[in-house]
Each structure stands twice: as structure tokens, then as C-alpha cells.
Design a protein around this ligand. Structure first.
Ligand code: FAD
Length: 411
């Protein structure tokens, strides 16, 4: 039987949120343990890069190795290849069940990130069909091309961001098309909704021309109008055809992907009969979007809120990253889907909250206020935003937390 381990702070997830939390906590002198089920630390940083508005490149892998370097401290133990599958509240903190046995901790931080929403369609079990995240990992982490020529299914921020990464890596893309119109796709199959989403994020667009066009169209509420005049043959974005009036109806192939059947759609996303045609590709990347990976918070007994602007169900927490459960904190995409810079700022804030609750942070109130301010600033200037309405949705979460806390004090 494996012996029980003891630590002061246990962080689940060695992505930007978890690593930033650890690097901001080590001076407390706490014994800190970070667990991650992936063989390498860095989380989703390992596969991502993007161009900032000043033309410089933000390379996630570089940021990850800097953070990992900073965790090399005598009081930090970073353990990869370890899965956590259970949590139990005990009188002095939390008991954590993992693939290397049970670990007891006083403070627990969940920084488990996000997961991809699947896009089921005919032929999606053929070899050569993968999630867009898998295409990203193959290309940017393992340096293996997912195929010779592919197509991206799903018009959303993740799909666009990773399409660009694939194009930069020299992967040939036939285009980005709408999700298939079926039981699972909902608004993702609708061209007007796709245009509305792109317009609401137009301030992040890669060119001044697109930014101006998007914000004018948004002000004039022209989503439907734009979709009427959007060219059926698509528009090139970073040399990738963005086909907002084209959907996929099936994936074809005997042993692996050989082609896809594409079709034109009307403004409500219905296939226009007779427009079906075959496109030769050898891989298909499905981009259904992201949702917060929050199962461990549910196991712990957290209350949840459903907020589509944050990616779905999120554990209730306050602005200082505390949940209503004693000594349980959250940071990063588990609290809502945003980019890695926001996750890092949230990790720092969670670290300060833990330090303050433990009575180890000098000028705790000011330091927490400063870290909260940093989260706001980073969020406001983030190059990648996954959903519109994030700031208002976050405010609703904190108000809900405060009102539930007040209720429990008066009852
Ligand atoms: C497939 C995918 C691709 C993405 N690509 C981009 C992109 O290109 N650009 C962008 O800006 N954002 C991207 N994101 C968003 C990304 O989640 C954030 O940018 C950022 O990485 C979030 O940081 P985090 O620390 O919250 O989570 P993550 O970086 O996801 O790290 C969480 C870590 O927790 C670990 N973990 C989860 N559950 C357990 C468990 N039970 N036991 C042990 N370990 C566990 C995971 O292995 C992971 O390493 C992507 C997200 C996903 C899911």
C-alpha cells in the first residue's frame, strides 16, 4: 500500500494558472505540491502561440519553460503523469486521491483548465479525424503534421487561433467551415451567429481593416446584412479560406479520411439542396469550442453556475478565487474560458488569497487588490477572448457568491 503524503498547498494542474500560483507562493515557505496528469508541465501553453497587436509573437512553450524554471525551489514538488480522481474534505483541509496514492493538504487549488466540446457527424470515427486541440498538439508539441491537406470544422475563436498556428507551421488547409447542422451543433451551424460572434470580437481582428469593418457592422447591428453579402466562396483570413456559408455533411473514406462532403447553407444554416460537392482532404479537425474542466470541483461539493459567456458550468467562486468551501480555491479556465495570460494573473491572485488566509501575506488587502487589478487589466487587453460578455458574466458570478454568503450568514 502506498504511504499517505502530506503537503501544505496542493495545486492540481501545471498549466499557466497552477504554475503561476506556485511561483507566487514559494516565498511563503509552504510545502507546495503540483500534480499534472500530462507527462510534461505547461498545460495548454505547450501548443499555443499568437501574434500580439504590436506584431511580436507570444510563444506559450517559452512562457511555460520560464514558469517551470521558477518552480525549481526546495519547497516545491512538481509531479507529472499523476491523475487526481477524488477529493474529500477533512477537518484540517483536503484529502486528495491520485494515481500515486492519497495526499493530505491544508489548502487546495484547482487549476484543471478546459476541455473541448465534441462535434459528432457522419464519418467522425475514421482515422484522420481529430479535435482541433489534437491537431495543435501534433503540430506544435510533437512537431508532426496532422496530414497533407485538412479542413477545420467550426467557426469559433479556438478554431481560428489554431488554424493560424497550423498555417504558420506550413499545414495546407482547404478552409474553415461551419459545424454540421445536427442535434448537437445548435447555434454553431448558423452563419448569422458565426458572423455575430466574429463581429463581437472584431477589436481582436488581425488587421485594422477587419477591426474597422467589424466595429462599424456591430454598431449598425448588421449581422444578418453582412451574412447576406458575405461571399459564398469565402474570404481569406491569414491565407485560409473562411467559408461562412459552407457546411460539412459527412466525412468519407475506406480506412481513413479521403474526402469530405461540403454543401452551401441558407441564412438559417439549412443545406441548399443540390449544392453538395466533394473536397479531397486527408485530415479533419473538429473545433466545437471549450468548456471549463470542473469535475473535481463537483466531486468536492462546490455549487455551480451556468454561464455560456464563460464556456458553461463553472464552480461558484469570488473575485479572490475562493470557493464557498473552506480552503478550496480555483484559478484559470476552470473558472471560465479565457487565454493563458488571464489564467496566469488568476493563479497569482489565488496564491495571494491563500497566503493571506494563512496569515502569511504582509499588507494582504493591498496585495490582493493589486492582483485583482492585474487580472482586470490583462483581461481588458487580452489578444484572444473566447466569448463576448466575459466581464459582465464574471461580475454576475461574484454577486451570486456574495449574496449566497450573506444568505448563509443570516440563516
Ligand atoms: C485543446 C485546447 C487548446 C487551446 N489552445 C489555445 C490557444 O491556442 N490559444 C489560447 O489563447 N488558448 C488556448 N486554449 C485555452 C487554454 O485553456 C488557456 O489558454 C490556458 O492554457 C488555461 O490555463 P489553465 O492553467 O487554466 O489550464 P491548462 O493550461 O489547460 O492546464 C490545466 C492542466 O491541468 C491538468 N489536469 C486537468 N485535470 C487533471 C486531473 N484530474 N489530474 C491531474 N491533472 C489534471 C491538465 O493535464 C493540464 O495540464 C486551449 C485550450 C484547450 C483545451
Amino acid at each position: 500500500m502506498m504511504e499517505k503524503q502530506y503537503t501544505d498547498v496542493l495545486i492540481i494542474g501545471a498549466g499557466p494558472a497552477g504554475l503561476a500560483a506556485a511561483t507566487n507562493l514559494f516565498e511563503s515557505g509552504f510545502k507546495i505540491t503540483i500534480l499534472d496528469e500530462f507527462p510534461h508541465p505547461g498545460g495548454r501553453l505547450l501548443g499555443q502561440f499568437h501574434e500580439e497587436s504590436d506584431g511580436s509573437w507570444w510563444i506559450g512553450r517559452q512562457v511555460a519553460s520560464e514558469l517551470v524554471e521558477m518552480t525549481k525551489q526546495p519547497n516545491i514538488s512538481l509531479q507529472c503523469g499523476v491523475s487526481v480522481y477524488g477529493l474529500k474534505q477533512i477537518s484540517e483541509g483536503w484529502e486528495v486521491l491520485s494515481s500515486v496514492g492519497t495526499i493530505e493538504t491544508k489548502y487546495l487549488l484547482l487549476a484543471t483548465g478546459a476541455a473541448e466540446i465534441p462535434v459528432p457527424l457522419e464519418g467522425w470515427t475514421l482515422p484522420g479525424v481529430m479535435s482541433i486541440g489534437a491537431a495543435q498538439v501534433l503540430t506544435n508539441v510533437h512537431m508532426v503534421k496532422p496530414g497533407d491537406r485538412g479542413i477545420i470544422v467550426g467557426v469559433n475563436v479556438l478554431g481560428l487561433a489554431i488554424s493560424r498556428e497550423l498555417a504558420v507551421a506550413g499545414v495546407d488547409l482547404a478552409g474553415i467551415v461551419l459545424s454540421p447542422n445536427n442535434l448537437f451543433s445548435g447555434e454553431n451551424a448558423n452563419p448569422v451567429e458565426a458572423i455575430n460572434l466574429l463581429m463581437s470580437l472584431s477589436h481582436l481582428a488581425p488587421s485594422a481593416w477587419m477591426r474597422l469593418g467589424g466595429s462599424l457592422a456591430q454598431k449598425m447591428k448588421m449581422g444578418k446584412w453582412v451574412s447576406t453579402f458575405f461571399p459564398r466562396q469565402g474570404m481569406n483570413v491569414w491565407d485560409i479560406p473562411l467559408l461562412l456559408k459552407t457546411t460539412i455533411s459527412s466525412i468519407q473514406g475506406k480506412k481513413s479520411v479521403e474526402s469530405v462532403v461540403l454543401a452551401d447553407v441558407n441564412s438559417s444554416g439549412q443545406i441548399i439542396a443540390g449544392s453538395e460537392r466533394e473536397e479531397k482532404v486527408d485530415f479533419v479537425a473538429l473545433a466545437g469550442g471549450l468548456y471549463p474542466l470542473a469535475e473535481l470541483a463537483a466531486v468536492a461539493g462546490c455549487s455551480f453556475l451556468y454561464l455560456p459567456e464563460l464556456g458553461g458550468n463553472i464552480p461558484l467562486h469570488n473575485e479572490q478565487m475562493k470557493t464557498p468551501l473552506s480552503n478550496l480555491y480555483v484559478a484559470g479556465n476552470i473558472t471560465g474560458v479565457e487565454g493563458a495570460q488571464v489564467a496566469m494573473a488568476q493563479g497569482k491572485l489565488a496564491a495571494r488569497s491563500i497566503g493571506n488566509d494563512a496569515g502569511l501575506l504582509k499588507n494582504g488587502r493591498e496585495k490582493i487588490a493589486e492582483a485583482m487589478d492585474e487580472v482586470h487589466q490583462v483581461r481588458k487587453t487580452a489578444t484572444i477572448q473566447f466569448h463576448p460578455g466575459i466581464i459582465a458574466a464574471r461580475k454576475r458570478v461574484y454577486e451570486m457568491y456574495d449574496s449566497l454568503q450573506k444568505e448563509s450568514l443570516t440563516s
